[in-house]
Design a binder for this molecule. Sequence first.
Ligand code: 1HN
Length: 366
Amino acid sequence: MLEPEFEKLYSEMEQCHVKPLWLAERSVNPSQPQPKTVPWLWKWSQLSNFARRAGELVTLARGGDRRAMGLANPGLGGAPYATNTLWAAVQWLNAREVAPAHRHTAQAIRFMIDGQGAYTTVQGDKIYLERGDFAINPPWHWHDHGSEGDESAVWMDALDVPLNNYLDAPFFEHSAQDVQHVTALIDESVLKYGIGQLRPAWEQPAVRYSPLSVYKWQVTERALNNLARVAASPFDDVALEYTNPHTGRPVMDTMTCWIQMIRPGVHTKAHRQVNSAVYHVVEGRGATIIGGIRFDWEQGDIFVIPSWTYHEHLNESKGERAILFSAQDTPVLVALGKYREEALTTSNGFQTVKETFDVEKALAYG
Ligand code: 1HN
């Protein structure tokens, strides 16, 4: 029972929208991160089915602009966000379709999943995307996509939309022209910057975003195979970060991307970081134990790892490699001095599996 003076003070404070810290919930100052983002996995069998049907039913009319199907993390109260900071989607283009030009301050990356003849033009620079290619779309750069072949195309998008919106920083603009005038030669950035240790001598490096618009799969795969011959991380196995060739730093300010190979028979140790990540299974099958829940995955699946949640990867196959692509918000945490990481020290660094994720059961429990 509060004494009348206290009661009076608190009720007057409340009327004036003042909240004393000593009465605030523990949530104002938790002792460690309490992510609302939950570990989750979307099956490719479902995503690809939705994408194909959306391709038949939904036109890419102006206003719609993109046939992108966002992954809505069930922990985020119905927001169309994969994690607290990242928007992730599967985007589908029918053959000979155009997704008209627009620009926004959210920064985007694309990872090509399937299809021939699809392109994205980013600020006049037209890039054809083949399976495994990784492309960047820096903020406020005009971009339109299209498909010139007889095939549909499908890729994964990741954007910093939730972060951008949280910061009250979103701007968006449609272009008067659906399709941009192409001002660079095809693959010009690959020809100029694609051998990262060598750069055009007469140009001063522009360091904010990677000058390389697309990281071709052939090069990425060669780098993975090379690294696998000599070194691996106990937590991530054969893991590579895509970098700005001028700085060795992440390709953009708010997102970094990785490609990693989990070799047959490898079971990595668990660690956790102050960041969140969206993973896409490029090839193979395996499992990731996230916060004590085992998520089995196969080619095409997409899963998320929330902040400060232990995770470890397994490839139980006898001879098949597994390849994971991921987009992570790490550069934001690092830039703001908030990044931490920690290895699990109990049970020899492995988590105890409490349950196996079953999407049907998880959906039923909502
Ligand atoms: C966007 O511009 C694209 O250009 C995809 O492909 C997804 C999600 C939110 C806001 C803008 C694209 C997007 C997006």
